[in-house]
Design a protein around this ligand. Structure first.
Ligand SMILES: [Zn+2]
Length: 208
């Protein structure tokens, strides 16, 4: 049963470039020291942070109340206005490079884990960060608002994180990146919940 969602997500890839496989994901977990262990999204974030020498913050929108800086305010409004479950802002020029992951309020525990794993998947896979990278200026009266295309009248920008966990090169197509992030989130929930059991050969096929 637990593998059904994974198999469904995989089937969506049938006409697309090769999706990352579960074995590939397990190998990455080995690199992070998480293979065969039980872990949640926060443990995965810490492992990713250590391995890639990044700073990765994970916060809920409601936790940002009273946080003054512009990045937090704009992200918070993105989550609320767009109805997104999560959003990531990449700060490539910070030292170390920094990722701020913000999740919507009121997600159930499974959805919360899935959302954070999804956002972390973009980091692990080295996906380009597009609108997330738009200059964090407040929307101007004559500019489009925070719809991801223009913020404060600035064009969107694209930046690749300097390091990634995945051996494969990242997709450039945004839809493929999103599908891969969903698939990786499913893998992460599967592996993180099953721990040692996830290493049994063919478990994934039998689980559906
Ligand atoms: Zn995404």
């Amino acid at each position: 049963m637990i593998g059904a969602r994974v198999m469904r997500t995989l089937s969506e890839w049938s006409s697309r470039p090769k999706a990352p496989g579960f074995e590939e994901f397990l190998a990455e977990l080995g690199t992070l020291g998480l293979k065969g262990t039980e872990f949640d999204a926060h443990a995965y974030a810490r492992a990713l942070e250590r391995h890639l020498a990044y700073a990765i913050e994970v916060e809920k929108a409601s936790d940002l109340t009273g946080r003054g800086d512009l990045a937090h305010r704009v992200l918070s409004s993105l989550v609320r206005q767009a109805g997104a479950m999560g959003v990531t802002q990449f700060f490539p020029d910070a030292d170390p490079p920094r990722f701020l992951i913000l999740t919507a309020d009121g997600l159930n525990p499974w959805l919360y884990q899935h959302t954070v794993f999804h956002e972390l998947a973009h980091v692990a896979a080295g996906h380009p960060f597009r609108h997330r990278l738009a200059p964090l200026a407040a929307p101007r009266p004559n500019g489009r608002s925070v719809d991801g295309a223009r913020v404060g009248g600035h064009e969107e920008t694209v930046r690749f994180p300097p390091r990634r966990l995945a051996l494969r090169r990242p997709f450039l197509d945004e839809n493929l990146c999103e599908s891969e992030a969903d698939l990786r989130a499913e893998y992460a929930i599967l592996a993180g919940n099953l721990g040692q059991i996830s290493l049994q050969k063919d478990n994934l096929n039998q689980a559906g």
